[in-house]
Ligand binder design. Sequence first.
Ligand code: CTP
Ligand code: CA
Length: 238
Amino acid sequence: APDPEAQPALLGRKVVVTAGGTREPLDPVRYLGNRSSGKQGLALAETAAAAGAQVHLIAGIMDIPAPNLPHIAVEHIETAAQLHAAVEREAADADVLLMAAAVADFRPAAYAAQKIKKTDDGENPVITLERNPDILAETVARRDSTGTGPGVIVGFAAETGSADAAPLELAQAKLLRKGCDLLVLNQVGENLVFGRDETEIHILTSAARAAQAGEGSAENASDVLTLRGTKHEAAAAI
Ligand code: CTP
Ligand code: CA
């Protein structure tokens, strides 16, 4: 029987979740975007709130509306720069950061204040891009150097694999590169995962986190847990 004295697992904790995709404006009518549905991030926010957490949901562009629930404060953003500012502000006093958002790696280097028009000279426009900051890596680096910030930082990666590396190998390398505590891998392809309710995830644990939890040694690159189910089931496991 459930213990009537039991406290919800995340009671009193602040959990910051980023969800959905970003949009990088090119001119007043166009942007660069991506196919993130936001469903995994919303499932994480709802699961954390159900476990007693105070959730701050930083919501990018999503296929479904953000929840209107007690214990979930919703902040809407569009660009990676806005997401960056929101995470900097909210992660400072957070216990957990779940970076499920699909952050644009690049933005147009220049914003055209007027709509870009076709011209008669047959020349096609060239769009120059510049890098956005790596918000996840930056938050980890700040925690490592100042000792402040979320005690648990989780990254998410959607990988198709490449000619010379399997998705799991790419995810393992990414976990090390980002320095986060957990990395959640979604294997993606033409019709896999994006926008669907069912998912298959692999949860990779950093060696440091595994050693802290007493699971395995610090020499292990990482531990992996594989799970198939709905995005809510995946969220509960994470
Ligand atoms: N991320 C971030 N800031 C960025 C890009 C990504 O915080 N500018 C976060 C994502 O929210 C995600 C994790 O980093 O939690 C991994 O994102 P991913 O796009 O897989 O990693 P990248 O380092 O951008 O690698 P890739 O070149 O494969 O896209
Ligand atoms: Ca990326």
